[in-house]
Design a protein around this ligand. Structure first.
Ligand SMILES: C[S@@+](CC[C@H](N)C(=O)[O-])C[C@H]1O[C@@H](n2cnc3c(N)ncnc32)[C@H](O)[C@@H]1O
Length: 317
C-alpha cells in the first residue's frame, strides 16, 4: 500500500555530473566509472534481484543479525530519534528496526536513485502511517542543505556494506561528514567481513548472471543518457578478490580492440582492457572500528552472525 510522504527534498545530481564523471574516468590510464552510477531505475531493480540470490550472503545475513539482536539494537539506539538512512534503496531492512524501536520521530530515506526512492518511501509510509517519512534524493557524498527535522537526536542507518564501496580514505571522509550531521546521536552501520575467497567469489559471480547484468547496465545507461555507442556484447563482467587491498573489484573487460563514441568523443579500448566499476572493501571488526575512530566516532557495540560473515556496528557520534 502506498502512503503519503511528509516531505520530499529533491537534490538529484545533474545529468552533467554523470557525463563529466564518465568522461573523466574513461580518460584515465586505468579506466573507471564511480559505482554510484549503477543506480538508475533498472540498476536499482537489478540490485534488489542480487539481494535475493543464493550466493549473495550479505543481505540475508545482515537482516538476520538485525532480527536476532533487535531488542539489543533498539536498546542501544534508544527512543525518540530521527532515523536517517544513507542509500536506502528499497527501504527493506529499516522495517526490522522500526518494528523494534521505541517511538522513532521520523524516517528519512536518502538515495541517489530518485524514482526507486519515491516508490520505496511511499510504500514504507503506507506500512507505518503514524511515522513521518521525509524522502531526500541526493548524492550523500555531495554538499546539499540537509532539511531541519526539528528537535530530537539523529541516528544514521547505513546498511548493505555500502561503506565498502569507498576506499578507506574516502570512507573516513564520508564518516566525518556523517558524524557532523549526526552530532549527539549515532550511526548503525553494516560492514562486510573478509572471509574465504570462494564465498566472496561466488557472491560477485552468480550463476544466473544477475551481477553481470547489473555491471553491464552501466554501459546501457551511458548509451541511453550520454549518447554512448557501447556494443554491450563486446564487454564482459569480471569480479575478483584483490587480497592485498582486501577488496572485491568489479570490472568490465573489453573483448576486443574497439573505439566507442561517447558524447562526441572517441574512446579507444584494447582487447583485455578494463573499466573498473566497483570496489567492495572487506574489513575485520577491529579494522573497521579503527577507521570509525579515525573519523571521530566512538564504537559502542557490534553484532555478527555465528559464521562471522557480516558485522553490524553501533557508533556514537
Ligand atoms: C548496495 S545498495 C544498498 C541498498 C540498501 N541500503 C540495502 O542495504 O540493501 C546501495 C544503495 O545506495 C545508493 N547509493 C549509492 N551511492 C550513493 C550516493 N553517492 N548517494 C546516495 N545514494 C547512493 C544506491 O542507489 C543504492 O540504493
Amino acid at each position: 500500500m502506498q502512503g503519503i510522504l511528509k516531505d520530499f527534498h529533491d537534490f538529484e545530481p545533474e545529468q552533467e555530473s554523470f557525463l563529466s564523471a564518465v568522461l573523466n574516468g574513461l580518460r584515465k590510464q586505468q579506466k573507471s566509472i564511480p559505482s554510484k552510477f549503477f543506480y538508475d531505475e533498472r540498476g536499482s531493480g537489478l540490485f534488489d534481484q542480487i539481494c535475493e540470490l543464493d550466493e549473495y550472503y550479505p543481505t540475508r545475513t545482515e537482516l538476520q543479525i538485525l532480527k536476532d539482536h533487535s531488542a539489543d539494537i533498539s536498546a542501544v539506539l534508544g527512543s525518540r530519534a530521527h532515523l536517517i538512512e544513507f542509500g536506502s534503496g528499497s527501504s527493506t531492512k529499516i522495517r526490522t528496526l522500526l518494528d523494534a524501536m521505541e517511538q522513532p520521530l521520523s524516517y528519512v530515506p536518502m538515495d541517489i536513485s530518485r524514482d526507486h526512492l519515491l516508490i520505496a518511501a511511499k510504500r514504507l509510509a503506507g506500512s507505518f502511517p503514524d511515522l513521518p517519512v521525509i524522502a531526500i534524493c541526493a548524492d550523500y557524498t555531495s554538499d546539499f542543505p540537509f532539511p531541519n527535522l526539528g528537535g530530537g537526536r539523529k541516528t544514521g542507518f547505513f546498511p548493505g556494506s555500502t561503506i565498502g564501496n569507498f576506499t578507506p580514505r574516502e570512507a573516513t571522509e564520508f564518516l566525518k561528514k556523517a558524524r557532523n550531521l549526526l552530532e549527539g546521536g549515532g550511526m548503525l552501520i553494516g560492514v562486510d567481513l573478509l572471509k574465504d575467497e570462494k564465498i566472496l567469489h561466488a557472491a560477485y559471480n552468480d550463476t544466473l548472471g544477475v551481477t553481470a547484468d547489473f555491471n553491464l547496465n552501466l554501459l546501457k545507461r551511458c548509451n541511453q543518457e550520454l549518447k554512448g555507442g557501447f556494443d554491450i556484447s563486446k564487454f564482459e563482467h569480471r569480479a575478483f578478490l584483490n587480497r592485498e587491498k582486501s577488496r572485491i573489484e568489479m570490472h568490465l573487460i573489453s573483448l576486443c580492440d574497439q573505439i566507442v563514441p561517447l558524447d562526441g568523443e572517441r574512446i579507444a579500448f584494447r582487447e583485455g582492457e578494463t573499466i573498473h566499476t566497483e570496489n567492495s572493501y572487506k574489513y575485520s571488526v577491529e579494522s573497521f572500528q579503527a577507521l570509525a575512530e579515525e573519523a571521530g566516532f566512538s564504537p559502542q557495540a557490534v553484532w555478527t552472525d555465528s559464521a562471522s560473515l557480516f558485522s553490524v556496528h553501533y557508533l556514537k557520534s
